[in-house]
Design a protein around this ligand. Structure first.
Ligand code: ADP
Length: 472
């Protein structure tokens, strides 16, 4: 397959192409555009020229387009799942779950289009306002630049273009170099759904070149980004006065209280740590368990890990596969080796077999080790102990990140204390931090970023408030 740029509703032959390889087999899958600065500017042009059209489409029509896209994905569910599996090395069972969530994200976007927030202002609350009536409308910012990572090639794209189009914006989407095919497929579905030309434009190429050009282009009014902290910082430093939403990483923690049903929690924790090989911003990475339950939890998780099957992402039996690149496998393996060298103990895993990194559990780690203080983005979790609830909270907060945290306890005082004192975007009681529904407000504190996604909340970031006051 050879893909073209998707600009103003047309497929435009690029000047140059670049290959996309399967992360699993290393085989060539497709050629996609390797856009230069001029082509990036052309994508922004296409979006800017469609701004007036986008803003004038009534909400009910925007809702219809987004609902049609959701329905088209549903009709093409298996194609979508196979595309994700192929380009991201995501096990097909997990890829199908992503497709189901993508459908939900577009459905929520369709619904939110119809209920764009408006607000009446009580002008008589202050002297001088007695004869005035005022309300606030939401106006689209204009052109949204969306930059997405490889780990959810469809649903993270949906979390950006769904709310942007729901709120009357145009989009230039730059998907990850590793996983552009799902994005092109979605562009095709937008065309089929009757989206006016230029509302969605898709451009691929070198992240630094295309991404930076988009970020620096003054005609792009807002940047919505999901990816690494390092890129987030680069974007923030170049974005000038644009609105910027940054969804960055974390080393998510789960606290397991003394009264927890360990068998049940272990099942969830294993899934949360190792789904898609741990390549989730909210993978379970740091597990803090009450000292009295540590051995039981270690044993239960080890037993669960033994039931997970490695394999090709297209294999129905596979629960995990290779990481996105051999370099990533080498990096994560080196972090494990370093931890072990410095005294950490392996509960299970730690080796690479046929190119697949084993699911790895460590204990007796130090807070300074990469496997604990950095975002691993691989199949590694550490299990450490605590004795008091205060200690558990302070262990969780001993991180530069704060995206989502899971807390298992049946005690109201512990749950409330955790909810109050844990520094993260969400605290989920009796749930793993990897749990996410697509309408939940989602985003981080500290180095995990700023701004919130979750359709309605993303719309908030992608619109300006316009006050209309009438004297009468
Ligand atoms: P990850 O490590 O999850 O792949 P990255 O931050 O490297 O995260 O990449 C996420 C997205 O950001 C990709 O689409 C990538 O091409 C893009 N990107 C990389 N560097 C830059 C940059 N300097 N400015 C804007 N976007 C970038």
């Amino acid at each position: 397959m050879k893909y073209s740029l998707f600009l103003a509703g047309n497929w435009q032959e690029p000047k140059q192409s670049m290959p996309v390889y399967s992360p699993y087999s290393g085989e060539w899958i497709a050629d996609v555009p390797d856009a230069d600065e001029e082509e990036t500017a052309a994508a922004v042009d296409a979006a800017c020229q469609a701004e007036k059209t986008a803003a004038s489409i009534p909400a009910h029509e925007r809702a219809d387009i987004l609902l049609k896209v959701a329905n088209l994905i549903e009709e093409n569910r298996e194609t979508c799942a196979r595309l994700i599996a192929l380009e991201a090395a995501k096990p097909i069972k997990t890829a199908r779950k992503e497709v189901a969530r993508t459908i939900m994200t577009y459905r929520f976007s369709s619904e939110e289009a119809r209920r764009m927030p408006t607000e009446f202002i009580n002008m008589d609350a202050a002297p001088g306002g007695e004869d005035k009536t005022a309300y606030v409308l939401r106006k689209p910012v204009g052109t949204v630049g969306a930059i997405t990572p490889f780990n959810f090639p469809m649903n993270l794209v949906a979390h950006k273009i769904g709310p942007a189009i729901a709120s009357g914006n145009c989009v230039v989407l730059k998907p990850a170099e590793q996983t552009p095919l799902s994005a092109f497929f979605i562009a095709e579905l937008f065309s089929k759904a009757g989206a006016p030309e230029g509302i969605l434009n898709v451009i691929t190429g070198d992240g630094k070149l295309v991404g930076r050009k988009m970020v620096e282009d003054e005609r792009v009014n807002m940047i919505t980004f999901t990816g690494s902290k390092q890129t987030g910082l680069d974007i923030r430093s170049r974005a000038g006065l644009k609105n910027v939403t940054l969804e960055l990483g974390s080393n998510a923690a789960a606290v397991i209280g003394e009264d927890t049903d360990i068998e049940r929690a272990a099942e969830k924790l294993t899934a949360g740590a190792f789904a898609y090989q741990g390549q989730l911003c909210i993978s379970v990475q740091r597990i803090f368990v009450h000292k009295s339950k540590s051995r039981e939890l270690q044993r239960a998780m080890k037993k669960n890990v033994e039931t997970y099957t490695p394999g090709s992402p297209l294999d129905e039996a596979a629960d995990f596969s290779k990481l996105i690149s051999p370099q990533e496998t080498t990096r994560v393996k080196a972090w494990i080796d370093q931890a072990v060298k410095e005294g950490a103990k392996l509960i299970t895993g730690g080796e690479v077999e046929d190119g697949i990194l084993q699911l790895t559990l460590l204990t007796e780690t130090e807070r300074s080790m990469n496997v604990r203080c950095e975002e691993v983005f691989g199949p590694v979790a550490v299990i450490e102990t605590f004795e008091t609830w205060e200690e558990a909270v302070s262990l969780v907060n001993d991180s530069k990140y704060g995206l989502q945290t899971g807390v298992f306890t049946n005690r109201l005082d512990e749950a409330l204390q955790a909810a109050r004192s844990i520094e993260s975007g969400s605290v989920l009681i009796n749930e793993i931090p990897s749990f996410r529904l697509d309408h939940m407000p989602y985003g981080g504190v500290k180095d995990s970023g700023n701004g919130r996604e979750g359709v309605k909340y993303a719309i908030d970031e992608m619109t300006e408030r316009k006050l209309i006051s009438i004297q009468a």
